[in-house]
Design a protein around this ligand. Structure first.
Ligand code: NAD
Ligand code: ZN
Ligand code: ZN
Length: 339
């Protein structure tokens, strides 16, 4: 099968012919029709984070397609089912976190396109218990970005605990952020979006942001505090930039929540005095559970959220990564496979 493979950190991806994976008892094999390109894939290929991915690696954790093989112990999925393979490739299912509905914190988890090969390929293996069905009415291209960008931002917004009618700021309106804006609007929140460039900010406005701030033209936190005296009730920071996290922290009102989602490899210095006196919550949020994923897919199936996508192919991946590094992508790039 054809796959995009990275063999060394910071090396280019190569299109290779590699063996189709073999299905074990609890697996399914998915013929991939589309896979979104997440900034996490770029971090993986660059070895940016303290925990390193397998190498060589087939990246990709927004892969969607049809089930073409089913393991002997799989009874809830059948040939032809439309499914996606998220970042949470598998978890142990038995630890405190798994039992407590916090499976994304399981210490014994695998991650698609990181610790196991992912969906930048014509076929991808999935653990049947963690592959999620795509609801009727969603195309593969529309569904793919929801398997990471969608579920991650939907969950992060839940974590802010911002109520309908209250204000949330979305810092970074890229692949994740443009979906965060839509989920926030659908959840009844008032949205302020922060990014740069007319194209992204106009898109943010079209998607329902009440105010858009260009971080290259003004200080986002100062602008946000002017727009919402005291600051916003919650902020979700998806930007791959340490200064953006400082701005996010400074934008939150007393008692509000600053939810960290973007993963630049830096530290985030936080003033202890202000955090204590202001009762501000600083919370990390990692993807979402299978339940979160089902809910976030349903929002899209109901027409409340729609990923803005541009379709490319496996052969384009190095160019896509270069554009992503420069911040030149609006919405999400989705690679079409087997079409
Ligand atoms: P992206 O490149 O599509 O979007 C990032 C956006 O941030 C871009 O639009 C860029 O212009 C903007 N930006 C850069 N600097 C900024 C600043 N100072 N202020 C405001 N905006 C700024 O990337 P993506 O796919 O949306 O991923 C974003 C980050 O989220 C990555 O680090 C990725 O690894 C991480 N991520 C985390 C999770 C999680 O579960 N926590 C899940 C998926 C992705
Ligand atoms: Zn577990
Ligand atoms: Zn991702």
């Amino acid at each position: 099968m054809k796959a995009a493979v990275v063999s060394e950190f910071k090396g280019a991806l190569e299109i290779k012919d590699i063996p189709r994976p073999t299905v074990k008892a609890k697996d399914i094999l998915v013929k991939i029709h589309a896979c979104g390109v997440c900034h996490t894939d770029l971090h993986a290929c660059h070895g940016d984070w303290p925990v390193k991915p397998k190498m060589p690696l087939v990246p990709g954790h927004e892969g969607v397609g049809e089930v073409v093989e089913v393991g002997s112990e799989v009874h809830h999925l059948k040939l032809g089912d439309r499914v996606g393979i998220p970042w949470l490739y598998s978890a142990c299912g038995h630890c405190d976190y798994c039992l407590d509905g916090k499976e994304t914190l399981c210490l014994d988890q695998h991650n698609a396109g990181y610790s196991v090969d992912g969906s930048y390929a014509e076929y991808c293996l999935a653990h049947a218990d963690y592959a999620i069905k795509i609801p009727e009415g969603l195309t593969y291209v529309d569904a793919a970005p929801l398997f990471c960008a969608g579920v991650t931002t939907y969950k992060a917004l839940k974590v802010t605990d911002v109520k309908p009618g209250q204000w949330v700021a979305i810092i970074g309106a890229g692949g994740l952020g443009h979906l965060a804006i839509q989920y926030a609007v659908a959840m009844g929140m008032n949205v302020i979006a922060v990014d740069t460039g007319a194209e992204k900010l106009e898109l943010a406005k079209t998607l329902g942001a009440r105010h858009c701030i260009d971080f290259k033209k003004q200080s986002p936190s100062e602008a946000i505090i002017e727009l919402t005296p005291g600051g916003v009730h919650g902020v979700v920071c998806t930007a791959v930039s340490q200064p953006a996290f400082k701005e996010a922290y400074r934008s939150v009102r007393r008692g509000g929540a600053c939810v960290l989602v973007g993963l630049p490899p830096d530290e985030m210095p936080i003033p202890i005095f202000d955090t204590v006196l202001n009762g501000v919550k600083v919370i990390g949020s990692i993807v979402g559970t299978r339940k979160d994923l089902q809910e976030c897919l349903q929002f899209a199936a109901d027409g409340k959220v729609k990923a803005i996508t541009e379709v490319k192919h496996l052969e384009d991946i190095n160019e896509v990564f270069a554009d992503m590094e420069k911040g030149e992508i609006t919405g999400r790039i989705v690679m079409a496979m087997n079409d």
